[in-house]
Design a protein around this ligand. Structure first.
Ligand code: SF4
Length: 218
């Protein structure tokens, strides 16, 4: 896709939704970090259901550790991977206290050193908690980028790099949220709602060859 068309897509998103944000509920950088760790292979709705009650009793690393891993596991058991998520959150809280004065660090290197935090999670935190121009390529962004031909790539990292290169700077910070929301509600996996799509005239969706694009681990 050429840059002019790409710009038009983001001008359109900005007109429709000038201040997009995550659908995860949070009131602090720490709450966001825990919510994003919990959201791996789970919907934001299911995570919010858990964190609404969890954060009432434990919304700091100290309070999560005071709960204990077993109790934490029980509290998050309604979403997938609760064993490993409880383990990772516990270890992450220990590191935050030991190395970061109980605060969430604001560099990629420090974030990716936390258990349960990979590049995608770090990108969400850097973008949403610290205002950086990062894009976390999840399943929605990967699909939308490839379908529209905004950024064609075989891996999330390849797509991320292309998006960062093509999206005009004024739109970079919000691009992550616009693309996630677009993929979640309009350009859906099975049946994209093309007749309702605000960027339809710029989209280069090639329906016939779409099945050839598969997500790969970066
Ligand atoms: S026109 Fe269809 S395929 Fe293209 S972005 Fe919109 S919903 Fe997705």
């Amino acid at each position: 896709m050429n840059q002019e068309k790409c710009a038009k897509i983001f001008i359109t998103f900005a007109k429709i939704n000038p201040s997009p944000t995550t659908e995860l509920l949070f009131n602090s950088e720490f709450e966001l970090l825990i919510a994003v760790i919990l959201s791996a292979q789970a919907t934001d709705v299911s995570v919010n259901k858990i964190t609404r009650t969890l954060f009432e009793i434990a919304n700091t690393p100290q309070k999560i550790l005071a709960l204990g891993e077993e109790t934490l596991k029980n509290k998050i058991k309604s979403i997938g991977l609760s064993n490993s998520k409880a383990k990772n959150i516990t270890k992450t809280c220990e590191i935050l206290i030991k190395k970061h004065h109980g605060l969430v660090p604001n560099t990629r290197e420090q974030l990716e050193a936390l258990p349960g935090v990979g590049r995608k999670t770090a990108n969400v935190i850097l973008n949403t908690a610290f205002g950086q121009e990062t894009i976390a390529v999840d399943t929605h962004i990967f699909r939308v980028s490839n379908r529209t031909k905004l950024a064609v790539g075989r891996t999330p990292l390849a797509v991320e790099k292309k998006l960062l290169a093509i999206i005009p700077k004024p739109y970079l910070h919000n691009a992550h949220h616009w693309l996630v929301l677009h993929g979640r509600y309009i350009c859906t996996a099975r049946k994209p709602k093309c007749s309702l799509c605000p960027i339809e005239k710029y989209c280069e969706y090639d329906k016939k060859n779409w099945d050839k694009v598969k997500i790969k681990r970066s």
